[in-house]
Design a protein around this ligand. Structure first.
Ligand code: GLU
Length: 457
């Protein structure tokens, strides 16, 4: 059987790092098992779902290196869900309910005061034909609940019914169906809640492994029952822990917190995002993987912690620096070109500056410094100015070889008696305008003799 996974966000906003974790867990699982990855948009909520969000999610996934084998939209599959509804009705496990939200609320309160669990008491099963006719005459339309298989004879007498599965992440899991309300599958207006379309699609699309956040553990109990009611073998389930902000808040698509888009705009490399999104909250060391194949080698769903993990964006910058410091020119070339960095100097320039970058785009500032000189002319003491004049007078003629920096500073040392910081700092300031940065030995050849002399204070 081909391993088939799916990533199933609702296209109601931009995806954040927590959603990326789910997408990547699925993608890496598929990679490691030569499987298929289906991108499924759970857009049954027509009012809140937008095509522009679906497009943006696909863009974010591509940026991370995820290229789905298929893309599906639930909003185009209503007929398939309608057919499943008919089957459930025919099997007598989908029943009509007429309560308003206020009535349900009141009933829950009453149950609580009686010490009963605040679950739906299946009152609709006891409605007489006259009562139903009355509701209908009042213009009430039914919503439809799935009768959970948690009773032996009388549905009004639910009994403890354990649904068990071996979770890919969490190991042995169990949900007691008697602790749950019969879920509403279809609303009054005929629209679908998430539960049924998800199960029907997982069946129809041959999904073998459902990997998602642990906020869905309880749903899994219900969904396993629904798979069985529809005559299907449930897939394997895995529920990973959720990420929170450093202050412990959950992430939300709506607030845009830690959205992939904002991280990209901040200049974070996709592999920094992917490495942290996958490895945080697992027993693996968080280190920057060079690509998703390498990351897949460190991915083991069972190594994921069961409690939620804090996600610290500062760690992204640490990983970003590591990735940039080792990035070969071939990988950076096109992106540098877009930033206006090209020509035969582009490669030696990249190799000279990459070790100093927080973001790739920071290379532009260094490129300008090399081309145009320091942004602001530094203020030198008379002493330093004399020293710099003397130093520049000693600059060897071109052509230069690989030891030009060493040769030149050797001469300066000899002639001026300066060494260490007293020698290097004024040179660095005169050449770059900044007190720190890439090795001057690498920058000097890029400035050339003329460029260097033009920096005379
Ligand atoms: N649309 C659901 C969500 O975003 C999908 C859950 C699932 O993977 O089944 O939470």
């Amino acid at each position: 059987m081909t391993v088939t996974v799916r990533f199933a966000p609702s296209p109601t906003g931009r995806i954040h790092i927590g959603n990326a974790r789910t997408a990547l867990f699925n993608w890496l699982f598929a990679l490691n098992n030569k499987g298929r990855f289906i991108q499924r948009f759970d857009d049954t909520d027509i009012a809140r779902s937008k095509q522009e969000f679906a497009d943006a999610i696909l863009y974010d996934l591509h940026w991370l290196g995820i290229f789905p084998d298929a893309t599906e939209y639930q909003s185009r599959r209503f007929e398939i869900y309608d057919a499943a509804v008919e089957r459930l009705k025919a099997a007598g496990v989908l029943y009509a309910c007429y309560e308003t939200p206020e009535e349900l609320d009141l009933r829950r309160k009453v149950r609580r005061t009686r010490g009963l669990p605040p679950v739906y008491g299946r009152e609709a099963l006891a409605l007489t034909t006259e009562q139903v006719a009355e509701y209908q005459a009042d213009g009430r339309r039914p919503h439809w609940r799935f009768l959970l298989p948690n009773f032996s004879g009388d549905p009004l007498q639910p009994e403890r019914t354990e649904i068990r599965w071996d979770d890919l992440v969490r190991g042995e899991e169990m949900v007691d169906l008697a602790s749950l309300s019969d879920p509403v599958l279809v609303r009054e207006d005929g629209t679908y809640l998430y539960t049924l379309p998800s199960v029907v699609d997982d069946m129809e699309m041959g999904v073998s492994h459902v990997i998602r956040g642990d906020d869905h553990v309880t749903n899994t109990g219900v969904q396993i029952a629904l798979f069985k009611a529809l005559g299907a073998e449930p897939p394997v389930f895995g529920h990973h822990n959720l990420l929170t902000t450093v202050s412990g808040e959950g992430l939300s698509k709506r607030t845009g917190a830690l959205s992939i888009e904002s991280l990209r705009e901040d200049g974070i490399e996709p592999m920094a995002v992917a490495s942290l999104a996958v490895l945080v909250g697992t027993s693996e060391n968080v280190a920057a993987a060079h690509d998703l194949t390498e990351l897949a080698g460190h991915f083991d769903p069972a190594a994921t912690s069961k409690s939620s993990s804090k996600f610290d964006p500062a760690e992204l910058f640490v990983l970003n620096r590591v990735l940039l410091h080792h990035m070969p020119f071939d990988e950076a070339r096109d992106r540098l070109m877009v930033l206006g960095i090209s020509g035969e100097q582009a490669e030696p320039f990249w190799l000279a500056v990459r070790g100093n970058l927080d973001r790739l785009a920071d290379a532009v500032a260094w490129w300008r410094v090399l081309r145009e000189g320091p942004r602001e002319k530094p203020d030198f003491s008379d002493d330093d100015r004399d020293f710099l004049h003397q130093a520049l007078d000693l600059l060897p003629e071109e052509p230069w070889n690989g030891t030009i920096w060493k040769d030149w500073t050797g001469k300066i040392r000899e002639a001026t008696g300066r060494k260490g910081k007293a020698l290097f700092m004024p040179l660095r300031l005169a050449l770059t305008g900044l007190p720190s940065g890439p090795e001057l030995a690498d920058l000097l050849p890029l400035m050339g003799r003329e460029g260097t002399l033009a920096r005379r204070p």
